[in-house]
Design a binder for this molecule. Structure first.
Ligand SMILES: Nc1ncnc2c1ncn2[C@@H]1O[C@H](COP(=O)(O)OP(=O)(O)O)[C@@H](O)[C@H]1O
Ligand SMILES: [Mg+2]
Length: 422
């Protein structure tokens, strides 16, 4: 955002729509409409001349569609963010808009609130890197699918709201899965630019995702083995870059390539993420077999979850790809869990109790609870969730022999029981 107000350019071929949007925005003291265009080409020219903070872009226009115009604007004016507006909200359209570089998608007709919220939200985001166009993989970065079979199950932990417990869950789940299955588990910290996995797992230094960037074209097993950091629990970590500058170099293509390669090296991949629906997040969500959508009992988190579910539907994800995980469950919230489930019209797959003191201590000690306090009720619920996630491996593939050293005896049994009761 330059200066005090958010400068908006409206691009829409229908005069009435342009004027309506302008009228809606007129009374917002922090928003100024700096230009209007009736054609895609004119929109690009105005964006280049005016450098608006936001372009409200119609999808269907006679000369060029809004997606092509968005691609050109995001490439030529990287400080401008595009919000796509369309009556068409099929998954494919949404996906193409996002890949073209749009930051947000408004389904027409939208309310004043939705419009204002989208403009304010997008104006707060940092400028994004150049758009992702064409095939999913940049030439030269191996996508690694062809040669060896990939078999890992990818579980991403997501939320559009920060601070709901994604990292707490991702770290504990990775350890829980490792303990329950003794299989190869990799935890990827994709919560760029501020990944917390290293801190929560008490790993002070090591290579990171940023070390992949200069060698992305020759990314292979050996290089990956060298970058992964092995935690005491046996979980291997792909840590987030240490600085925002380094994090900026990691693109959606890098993450796609990383996940494709790791899929061949591991049995389970747990991915910690950041809020938002940019191309990096889309590449993670697309690659995921299971998306754990984390929410707390706050109205804001519930609202964000509903929006996330709607977008997931637009993206064409099958309903059971997403599992809702209620974190910090407490009777003090004033909203019973049952009401949240009903409001979202979805089952809550897991309910993790609110235990501020014990969770805080485990975060500060860098010791995941499922390892340090496996009997604590937070750990029990996370273990139960882990058991559901790895159900096949627990039922068929679990070792029947003696417990591994360092592993609390009876854990597998408890997980099995928990799973049966879940
Ligand atoms: N079940 C829980 N009970 C109490 N506090 C929790 C719980 N889960 C997470 N927290 C706290 O919430 C804060 C945010 O958690 P974090 O995992 O960093 O969220 P996110 O990754 O979504 O931003 C942490 O400081 C942690 O102490
Ligand atoms: Mg986090």
């Amino acid at each position: 955002m330059s200066g005090g107000t958010i400068r908006v350019l409206i691009v829409d071929d229908v005069a009435e729509s342009r004027d309506n949007v302008e009228k809606l925005l007129r009374f917002e003291p922090d928003i100024t409409v700096v230009g209007k265009a009736a054609r895609g080409r004119e929109g690009i020219d105005l964006a280049v001349a005016l450098h608006p903070d936001i372009v409200l872009m119609d999808l269907n226009m006679p000369d060029m569609d809004g997606i092509a115009a968005t691609m050109e604007i995001t490439a030529r004016v990287p400080t401008t963010a595009v919000i796509m507006m369309s009556v068409q909200n099929e998954p494919d359209v949404l996906r193409r808009a996002m890949l073209a570089g749009a930051r947000e998608f408004l389904a027409k007709p939208f309310s004043l609130d939705e419009l204002i919220m989208a403009v304010r939200h997008v104006s707060r985001l940092a400028p994004r890197p150049a758009p992702v166009v064409g095939p999913a993989v940049v030439p030269g970065i191996p996508n690694g699918r062809a040669d060896e079979a990939s078999h890992a199950r990818i579980i991403s932990v997501v939320s559009n709201k920060g601070g709901v417990g994604r990292t707490t869950l991702a770290t504990n789940l990775a350890v829980a899965i490792r303990r329950a299955t003794q299989k190869q588990v990799v935890l990827v910290d994709a919560a760029l630019p501020f990944g917390d996995v290293g801190v929560m797992m008490n790993v002070a230094d090591g290579k990171t995702l940023a070390d992949i960037v200069p060698q992305a074209r020759s990314l292979d097993r050996e290089l990956m083995e060298d970058i992964l950091v092995t935690h005491g629990t046996g979980v291997r970590l792909l840590l987030a870059p240490l600085t925002p500058q380094e994090a900026e170099t990691v693109t959606a293509e890098h993450l796609r390539a990383v996940l494709a390669l790791l899929s061949k090296m591991a049995d389970y991949i747990v991915v910690d993420t950041r809020p938002g629906f940019d191309d990096t997040m889309l590449s993670i969500l697309d690659a995921s077999d299971r998306i754990l959508l984390v929410l707390t009992m706050e109205m804001t988190a519930i609202k964000d979850t509903r929006q996330f579910l709607e977008i997931a539907e637009l993206l064409g994800y099958p309903a059971d790809k997403l599992w809702l995980v209620l974190n910090r469950q407490t009777a003090l919230s004033g909203i019973p869990a049952q009401d949240i489930a009903e409001n979202l019209n979805r089952e809550l797959t897991a309910k993790i109790p609110d235990e501020p003191a014990v969770v805080l201590r485990s975060v500060n000690e860098g010791a995941p609870l499922v390892e340090s306090h496996p009997d604590h009720r937070v750990a029990v619920e996370i273990n139960r969730l882990a058991a559901s996630l790895v159900a096949d491996d627990l039922v068929e593939g679990l070792p029947s022999g003696a417990p591994q050293p360092g592993r609390s005896s009876g854990l597998v049994g408890r997980l099995r029981t928990a799973f049966r009761h879940a």
